[in-house]
Design a protein around this ligand. Structure first.
Ligand code: SAM
Length: 344
């Protein structure tokens, strides 16, 4: 991995943007299938906790009249496994990591169709849970002397080097008002990803579920160090240059930017809510009530799962659900209360 980075930096004349470094590091990280997910891995996602998240999300999917699901970045395949039990119709997965795709295929068998690229046109429901936070971000520093982009040079190991920001990074950064000095991320790849997805969606809905904020909160004066985070063995820290390829690197999602990219491509914002509000609107309490309350051994883990998904101190508030659509007429149940689309 270090040799790969050294060669890239040399070929680029001594410097690459942090976004390229993050892309390389995450390709290597997700290129292995053995250790990311679950209690013994580096992090736990909502579908890894159990089936409560998936069964509740299925209630929302059943409400829209499309019989095809496309899941992007399916991880260990946990969400697909739950949704396949709940839904009829086709289930497609687009996964960039060959190793994870093999793991998903072994778990899900021939009930799933694997795609190599986004289809040219798609009608149905698209799900992306904790995928956008893994898309590379540009790191920007607003200082007295101007706007700088953070990047990577190489001397025995990757080291930080800042350069005056240029091009699209500078244009985006100049449009964001922050007190100096200030450091944060700009998710150009996430915007491009959404633009392509939106263009390919003929009819249907896209659900993006992830940790993040709308713009005013994302670039809040008090968030002066940005949101970049690394995860290894359930420890979070802020140094992405240690052990490239061995740890997860993520940034929170700027949901306003995603919504703007989708709107530019002609999609409607169907709703934006906290994960807790969305799951409650979708009937998580009814799903929970199906569990056997009398049997503590059975019930306790499910109650704990609900707590993790809903508590404001855990995933309930920080995680959001953004739904975008084309040709979807009916209001979505998941946003019947507490829709925050106006904050985007
Ligand atoms: C943090 S994991 C989340 C996995 C799963 N959705 C879950 O909730 O457990 C990120 C996943 O997205 C995949 N991924 C990263 N970039 C992607 C992209 N551009 N398109 C599709 N999948 C991607 C990774 O290989 C991995 O499976």
């Amino acid at each position: 991995m270090l040799e790969r980075i050294r060669a890239e930096v040399a070929a680029a004349g001594g410097w690459i943007p942090f976004a390229r470094y993050m892309e390389l590091a995450l390709q290597a990280y997700y290129g292995r299938s053995d250790r990311q997910f679950g209690a013994r891995g580096d992090f736990v996602t909502a579908p890894e906790l159990g089936s409560l998240f998936g069964r509740t999300l299925a209630n929302q999917i059943k409400q829209v009249p499309f019989r095809k699901v496309l899941e992007l970045g399916a991880g260990s395949g946990a969400l697909a496994e739950t949704l396949l039990k709940e839904l009829d119709g086709e289930y497609w997965i687009l996964e960039t990591s060959a190793a994870l795709r093999a793991r998903q295929a072994a778990r899900l068998g021939n009930r799933v169709k694997f795609l190599d690229a986004l289809p040219a046109a798609f009608r149905g429901v698209v799900i992306a849970n904790e995928v956008v936070d893994a898309l590379p971000v540009h790191l920007v520093r607003w200082q007295d002397g101007g706007v700088y982009e953070r990047g990577i040079a190489f001397s025995d190991k990757p080291v930080w080097q800042d350069r005056p920001a240029r091009g699209a990074v500078l244009a985006e950064a100049a449009a964001i008002e922050v007190p100096v000095p200030y450091e944060s991320e700009i998710g150009l790849a996430a915007r491009a990803w959404m633009r392509t997805l939106a263009e390919r969606l003929e009819e249907g809905a896209i659900f993006v579920i992830d940790y993040g904020f709308s713009r005013a909160e994302y670039y809040h004066p008090q968030r002066a160090m940005g949101t970049l985070m690394c995860h290894t063995r359930h420890r979070a820290h802020g140094d992405p240059l240690v052990q490239p390829g061995e740890q997860d690197i993520t940034a929170h999602v700027d949901f306003s930017a995603l919504a703007a990219a989708a709107r530019e491509a002609g999609l409607d914002v169907l709703g934006y809510a906290t994960q807790a509000q969305f799951l409650v609107n979708c009937g998580i309490t009814d799903v929970l009530a199906q569990a056997n309350v009398e049997n503590a051994l059975h019930y306790a883990p499910i109650a704990a799962e609900a707590q993790r998904l809903l508590s404001p101190a855990e995933m309930g508030e920080l995680f959001k659900v953004l739904a975008l659509g084309r040709g979807v007429k009916q209001p979505l149940a998941g946003f019947s209360h507490g829709d925050r689309s106006h904050t985007l």
